[in-house]
Design a protein around this ligand. Structure first.
Ligand code: DQQ
Length: 575
């Protein structure tokens, strides 16, 4: 009991100290930030995740679909592999998978952003006119909100962006903390006004300030924030969007009608984790009220229970879907980043929609990812006895897409759920009940990025517990055995999976990509992204296994695994 408490407290402390594996984006390493990469180490670079050829990246900015082209801007250091000198880099794509790099779009050049061009969002105004809202850092280091527009709307790639001289649009008034006032959202239009949110804090209270404008030029702060919560600290990168109560279609950000809910997400600077709630947008009061099934604060739901931060969604009208982008930082050291010449990737863009239970969102890699699938292997009807692991041979296990359904004959052997676990982070339970600890129903799942003799591996697995009135499912992506390397952050990331087990089946899809394992449990109910740095299990020496370490026999009902090809990844645009 005392040991359990210590473990829980210790791992919470670890989360706080380590910032959840995500290094503080504003930490300045003066000695490194202007060090051009001399060579770029390829070993852990990803094959199909978004990344530029070199240097540091963080938050996705202003994603949008405009005249047949997807745009992704992102925070980028053109001069080094750590945070600093931040500009908005710009890439374009026709399929969200193959990307071409353009020149930086927004960079410090005027008094209102001379000390930095930080995160923001895109809105498409009537007449099909895109506009970007972003945070500029002014000469007094104040965070102010600016806008930028394309120089030439007939350029299909919107290469050049102009920052008009009537910036800033929003100055922090006296009641606002000017050093914590940033990351404007995509604006939405209701009842004759545009609205946008700006993340902030007042002492320890996280705040999403609401601003309104009739013409997108003159913005007035609303009397009340759209939402706030005590003791959550600075709210970075807020996101607020409607979701349909039925089906998977996305909605334009301005849709307010019957039969919808709203999702509100914030990135918590204190923990470097995000959380979201599902709730109601009260138009009369212009306020957001989370449902009583959604916890507002540290213990809330997360889009991703792993390394995923500063996320942002956008509505894609070409396929009527809402898409989520999120940044996954490195889990190695700043010195490692400097040496490898690069840091940070974007997670695979995910379609996001409301679960039929109305209580959480579901996420799934965009369907276009499947165009990268190469040679495939399949396993079916394969029994896994206690302690057994079977290799999935015939694919490039370092770069693969694996989709598997496991089944089990009964739930009888599920281990007892310790009621104390209800109040601790799932990560702490995974820390105690990892893949190596024999269980009843589970652990079973995949051993990804594994060396032949299992000196290194990242297990992604389920464990099923029996609580008093129901079964409880845990999904873990445990980096503790992922590498023989030192100085790495290797957390046992985990999340609970709110799923019915009536069919006695659980599915898992893992996108394995050299230094990333991005896993979708139970058709996108619980998602976990881990960054890992194997030393043996690299390139052709990486292996993939299915395993079971529970006393109940598990069946691999069906497993499909594909080697993944490399897309075009940020080569400079040819035209
Ligand atoms: N990163 C940006 C900020 C944002 C933070 C600066 C989140 O605008 O709050 O690079 O990672």
């Amino acid at each position: 009991m005392a040991a359990l408490k210590f473990l829980a407290a210790f791992s919470f402390l670890l989360v706080l100290c380590n910032n959840g594996g995500v290094l503080g984006s504003h930490k300045v390493y003066t000695q490194y930030q202007n060090l051009q990469a001399v060579k770029v180490n390829q070993v852990h670079r990803t094959g199909f995740h978004f990344q530029p050829p070199k240097h540091w990246i963080n938050d996705p900015n202003g994603p949008m679909y405009y005249n047949g082209i997807y745009h992704l801007f992102y925070q980028y250091n053109p001069k080094g592999a750590v945070w600093g000198n931040i500009v908005w880099a710009h890439s374009v794509s026709k399929d969200l998978i193959n990307w071409e790099a353009l020149d930086r779009a927004i960079y410090p050049s005027k008094w209102f952003d001379i000390n930095g061009c930080w995160s923001g969002s895109a809105t498409i105004l009537p007449g099909n006119k895109p506009v970007i809202l972003y945070t500029g850092i002014d000469p007094k280091q104040r965070q102010i909100q600016n806008y930028a527009v394309p120089k030439n709307l007939s350029d299909p790639y919107l290469r050049e962006w102009v920052k008009p001289d009537d910036n800033p649009l929003v100055d922090p008034d006296k009641s606002v903390n000017a050093s914590a006032f940033r990351d404007p959202t995509t604006a939405w239009w209701v009842d004759g006004h545009w609205r946008t949110l700006i993340g902030s804090r007042r002492k320890h209270r996280g705040i999403a300030y609401l601003y309104r404008s009739k013409d997108f030029k003159r913005w007035v702060k609303a009397k009340h924030p759209l939402h706030s919560a005590a003791k959550t600290g600075m709210w970075e990168c807020p996101d607020f969007f409607p979701v349909s109560l039925s089906g998977q279609n996305g909605l334009d950000t301005s849709v307010v009608e019957e039969n919808i809910k709203h999702v509100f997400k914030v990135s918590l600077d204190r923990t470097r984790y995000e959380y979201y709630t599902v709730g109601t947008y009260d138009l009369k009061k212009d306020r957001y009220i989370p449902d009583n099934t959604s916890v507002d604060g540290w213990a809330g739901l997360r889009f991703d229970y792993g390394n995923f931060y500063a996320s942002k969604t956008f509505f894609d009208p070409s396929k009527n879907r809402r898409i989520l982008w999120g940044w996954a930082n490195e889990s190695d050291s700043v010195k490692d980043d400097k040496e490898k010449g690069w840091a940070g990737i974007q997670a695979i863009p995910r379609k996001i929609w409301l679960d039929a239970n109305g209580k959480q969102v579901l996420q799934w890699p965009v369907e276009e990812l499947e165009t990268l699938r190469g040679p495939k292997v399949q396993l079916g009807n394969q029994k896994l006895q206690k302690g057994e692991h079977i290799e999935v041979k015939g694919i490039t296990a370092a770069q693969a897409d694996v989709d598997v359904t496991f089944s089990f004959p009964s739930l009888d052997k599920a281990e007892r759920f310790d009621p104390k676990w209800a109040n601790i982070d799932a990560l702490d339970v995974c820390a105690q009940k990892g893949s190596k600890v024999q269980g009843g129903l589970g652990p079973f799942g995949l051993l990804t990025l594994a060396s032949e003799k299992l000196e290194e591996f990242t297990p992604v697995f389920f464990r099923i517990f029996k609580a008093q009135t129901k079964h409880v499912v845990l999904l873990c992506s445990d980096a503790r055995s992922s590498s023989l390397g030192s100085g790495l952050y290797k957390p046992p990331f985990a999340g609970w999976v709110d799923v019915h087990l009536t069919k006695k089946k659980l599915s898992l899809r893992s996108l394995i990509d050299n230094s990333v394992v991005e896993s979708f449990g139970a058709e996108g109910k619980t998602v976990i992204l881990s960054r890992v740095y194997p030393t043996l299990a690299v390139f052709g020496k990486a292996h993939l296994f299915v395993f079971n370490n529970g006393s109940e026999t598990i069946k691999v009902e069906n497993l499909n695994a594909w080697s993944m090809k490399k897309p075009l990844m940020n080569a400079p645009i040819r035209i």
